[in-house]
Write a protein that binds this ligand. Structure first.
Ligand code: ADP
Length: 555
């Protein structure tokens, strides 16, 4: 249907109404198309779930390559335009923000729930009934998780349970081959900043610095700060003990007038006078810094060679172009105040560090010496840095992400020491509980509740599928063993070296379905509960949309 209208200048144009209505989808059609969009995202992540999950290689518009199997990273690096698909991205990032791990699992679960919802929609169940059924089922499952959860007791002298949990997280990442050392690094880093009495962890005190070169096993925990910087002049001392640090956020050079100006110099004398004046001004600046007692300058901005030379001459080591985030970390760790003008500097604004060392790490690709600065024995003893090494930037970045996940899991355990078991065991146990509950519900909600149980089974299915096993067979085996042995810890063990021969790391034979406690595969209770809650919430949100109107095409 077309109609002719005129604009304000009297020029005619045609409005095609059919075209307008194309941008509006209503009713079940809208729900189904949203489900399709969201599921296409979760399908993509499904193959990355678990220790045998695949990695994704992503190329950014400017050619940067990222290889990862971290759900949140994959999601944020994909260019997604569909509004509902974007909800799935938000889903994994909220899991990442709150918990830090389980970012793939939450999206896979949401996808499975939507798949079940679609079946129910086709049967004619109203979306709101499906959503409310899912909500009830999620509550039942979350309560059931508390029933099957175990407490892990740990103390500063017994960190073994924390190490085991960190290892579970790392087992699906590239760090797997060095997971013992990496788990140690993650646990030590968190324990350094943890307050066990108040069950609190100050994550701000942990810095993560990546440096290309060396191998993953050179990754180490440094007590203090590591900066990817060097002293501004090669002849400055490479080690300073009892450093008094001043942090400047102004350029360390004579100030330039802010307005545009032209200076006419007509003689050599005038030029030399000006030059001497500038030098004097700068010397006065340096003297001011030295008078405050500082013996190291950390500068957010740069300074030119002339200024650099003067700094060397005056015996004041300096580091230039230190980023804003680093500056804040240095300030927290050393107790220094960030100063914006040299005139404001005084002794009480300086930070103290036991030792500042410049360390050479070999040569980088352009054959230059690669150096870092280490600030040891900071005023704030708790500050630590994880220095991640690796063959190339991609490996270093992925290692940083994996270590971050592991540290989040350890932090979660310090906050709440209850765990459930992995390998799909918790999901299967919840699925059984939810289905049992469904039998007690009369009405249409029963179908949705049972469907929630089926969706939970999708996690062990995906784990089995990704490991090249038969998903239905494995899940059936787990279920029957859980019921027969009344043991909610039976899950899919994927620690085997040889999946077909069913050999474990010690060369012993055992079944794929196994007690995950003996295998040491833990997941935090709060992480798992959060997964169920967030997935149910986002599915409810998607199911409740029945009208999609794009860009003001209302009718
Ligand atoms: P996420 O980003 O959601 O944490 P992962 O790719 O790290 O996803 O996979 C986590 C899943 O892998 C969890 O369900 C966990 O229980 C399972 N898992 C980890 N290690 C093992 C293992 N050794 N055997 C079986 N399942 C495991």
């Amino acid at each position: 249907m077309a109609s002719m209208v005129y604009d304000e200048y009297g020029r005619p144009f045609i409005v095609l109404k059919d075209q307008q209505s194309k941008n509006r989808v209503k009713g079940v059609e809208a729900t189904k198309s949203n489900i399709l969009a969201a599921r296409s995202i979760s399908k993509l992540l499904r193959t990355s779930l678990g220790p045998k999950g695949m990695d994704k290689l992503m190329v950014s518009p400017d050619g940067d390559v990222t290889i990862t199997n971290d759900g949140a990273t994959i999601m944020t690096q994909m260019e997604i335009h569909h509004q509902v698909a974007k909800l799935m991205v938000e889903l994994s990032s909220s899991q990442d923000d709150e918990i830090g791990d389980g970012t793939t699992g939450v999206v896979v679960l949401a996808g499975a729930l939507l798949e079940q919802a679609e079946v129910l929609l086709n049967k004619g169940v109203h979306p709101v009934r499906i959503a409310s059924g899912f909500e009830t089922a999620a509550e039942v499952a979350i309560k059931h998780l508390e029933v099957i959860a175990d407490r892990v007791e740990f103390s500063r002298d017994n960190l073994e349970p924390l190490l085991t949990t960190a290892k579970t997280t790392l087992s699906s990442k590239i760090l797997q081959s060095h997971r013992d050392e990496m788990a140690q690094v993650a646990v030590q880093a968190v324990m350094n900043v943890a307050d066990l009495d108040r069950n609190d962890v100050n994550f701000d005190m942990i810095r993560m610095e990546g440096k290309t070169g060396g191998s993953l096993k050179d990754t180490a925990l440094v007590n203090g700060l590591v900066l990817d910087k060097e002293f501004s002049h090669p002849q400055m001392p490479t080690e300073i003990t009892d450093a008094k640090i001043c942090i400047l956020t102004c350029p360390l050079e004579p100030p330039k007038p802010k307005t545009k100006h032209k200076l006419q110099i007509t003689s050599v004398e005038a030029y030399e006078e000006l030059y001497a004046q500038e030098q004097d001004y700068f010397r006065a600046m340096i003297q001011k810094i030295k008078d405050s007692g500082a013996n190291l300058v950390i500068c957010q901005w740069g300074f030119d060679d002339e200024a650099n030379h003067l700094l060397l001459q005056q015996g004041l080591p300096a580091v230039r172009w230190v980023g804003g985030v680093e500056i804040e970390h240095i300030a927290i760790a050393t107790g220094a105040r960030i100063v914006a003008r040299v005139e404001e500097l005084s002794e009480d604004k300086l930070g103290t560090v036991g030792k500042v060392k410049q360390i050479s790490l070999g040569t980088n690709s352009s054959r230059q010496q690669d150096r870092i600065l280490v600030l040891e024995d900071c005023k704030n003893q708790k500050a630590v840095t994880v220095l991640v090494r690796g063959g190339n930037k991609m490996i270093v970045d992925e290692a940083k992400r994996s270590l971050h996940d592991a540290m989040c899991v350890v932090r979660n355990l310090v906050i709440d020491n209850r765990v459930v078991y992995g390998g799909g065991s918790a999901e299967v146990s919840c699925s059984l509980a939810v289905k049992k509950f469904a039998d007690t519900v009369s009405g249409v909600d029963q179908y949705a509740i049972r469907a929630f149980g089926d969706a939970l089974d999708d996690i062990p299915m995906a784990l089995a599928e990704n490991a090249g096993l038969s998903p239905i067979e494995e899940v059936a085996a787990i279920k029957s063993r859980q019921v027969k042995e009344n043991n909610p810890r039976v899950g899919l063990g994927l620690n085997h070296i040889d999946l077909d021969a069913k050999l474990d790391l010690n060369g012993k034979r055992f079944d794929h379905s196994t007690d995950m406690k003996t295998l040491g595969v833990f997941e935090t209770l709060i992480g798992k509960q959060q997964q169920l809650q967030l997935a149910a919430q986002v599915v409810k949100m998607i199911l409740k949309i029945d009208d999609v109107i794009s860009q003001g095409n209302y009718q």
